[in-house]
Design a protein around this ligand. Structure first.
Ligand code: SF4
Length: 333
């Protein structure tokens, strides 16, 4: 694989990635004012890297969801990011009721919700085709989809870390279908467990290929594996900071110029490493979040809420210009 050459001289790879970032998006660093809502931790799957599943065994009521959306709107959020475990009986109507609850509070707020795994779960429980599920969700106000549940898009690795999760081709199929229906998505990759560089590169090139075909990805988010409180953490202790830098740099180079936005997730990386990422290819720092349950359960100590001023300050302290964006990367300030 000739892409492996990028690993031979990491500092040259960092330099090229930084240059391509500047060429693609300039010196601004974007962030989104959003709120995470994880509506349940009850889940029928047993992914080995998951520290979130069945911890508290909660399911938010629609009233609680409305309350959280109201708080988000009051804070000035432009987006709610809604994901949860695979609640056993969750069918299409279950997911539609969440969208309705959000829309009762705000017609305007961008709803970024339901991973491809949740969409497949809804389609199985409702005995409906994925395309019809997506159409109904879109009609009910779904604006975009998180490209989570991708983990590593390699079935051999998936069988070992999340055997019940959707396969690579199912993930790709749902993402492409969403793009075709005019529902954009993000793309993610969870690395730093049992995969090797060849899997990471294969994953990134697959994302590139999809983007070439559909143009529906808004950003790429490399997510380091968090190893605490989960089964996989017994054999894999996560990536090093240097590895994190290299994954971001390689992602920038391999996705250039098709995907312009590479996110450094402050909640997973911690603030200082997220700042360093801005010099090896990243141009976005993620969102305010307001609450974060998934990484926290897996040992993240970065906190779960950065206020707008704090996000701006962390970007400024890294020597860059903060710009508020919406989910689709329109600049708002
Ligand atoms: S990662 Fe998601 S699908 Fe897997 S066990 Fe955790 S909540 Fe369930």
């Amino acid at each position: 694989m000739q892409e492996l050459n990028l690993l031979k001289n990491p500092f040259e790879t960092f330099r090229v990635a930084d240059e391509l970032r500047r060429e693609a998006v300039g010196d601004s660093v974007t962030f989104v004012v959003n709120r995470n809502i994880n509506f349940t931790d009850i889940c029928v799957n047993r992914c080995r890297f998951c520290s979130f599943r069945n911890k508290r065994k909660y399911l938010l009521s629609l009233e609680e969801i409305r309350k959280k959306v109201k708080e988000a709107v009051d804070y000035g959020c432009t987006e709610v990011c809604i994901q949860g475990g695979l609640y056993p009986e969750a069918d299409l109507n279950f997911y539609l009721s969440i969208l309705d609850a959000v829309r009762e509070v705000s017609k305007k707020i961008h709803i970024h919700a339901f991973s491809p795994m949740e969409i497949l779960h809804a389609s199985i429980n409702s005995r409906m085709h994925v395309e019809d599920v997506l159409k109904e969700l879109k009609a009910a106000g779904l604006n975009s989809i998180p490209g989570t549940a991708a983990e590593i898009l390699d079935d051999e690795i998936r069988r070992k870390i999340c055997p019940e999760k959707l396969t690579t081709s199912q993930w790709v199929g749902i993402i492409k279908m969403a793009h075709r229906l005019g529902v954009p998505t993000t793309a993610t990759m969870m690395y730093g467990h049992i995969e090797g560089w060849e899997h990471r590169i294969k994953h990134i090139l697959l994302i590139r290929q999809i983007q070439e075909e559909t143009g529906g990805f808004t950003e790429f988010i490399p997510l380091p594996f968090m190893w605490k409180n989960n089964d996989l953490g017994r054999i894999a202790k996560g990536s090093s900071g240097f590895d994190d830098l290299l994954v971001t740099a390689v992602s920038r180079i391999l996705l250039h110029p098709l995907i312009k936005n590479i996110q450094a997730s402050w909640v997973k990386l911690g603030i200082k490493l997220a700042q360093a990422m801005l010099y090896v290819g990243a141009n976005d720092i993620g969102g305010t979040l307001m609450e974060e349950n998934i990484s926290r359960a897996a040992g993240s100590t970065s906190g779960e809420f950065l206020r707008v001023e704090e996000l701006k300050e962390l970007i400024r302290r890294a020597g860059r210009v903060p710009r508020q964006r919406d989910t689709l990367y329109n600049i708002l300030d």
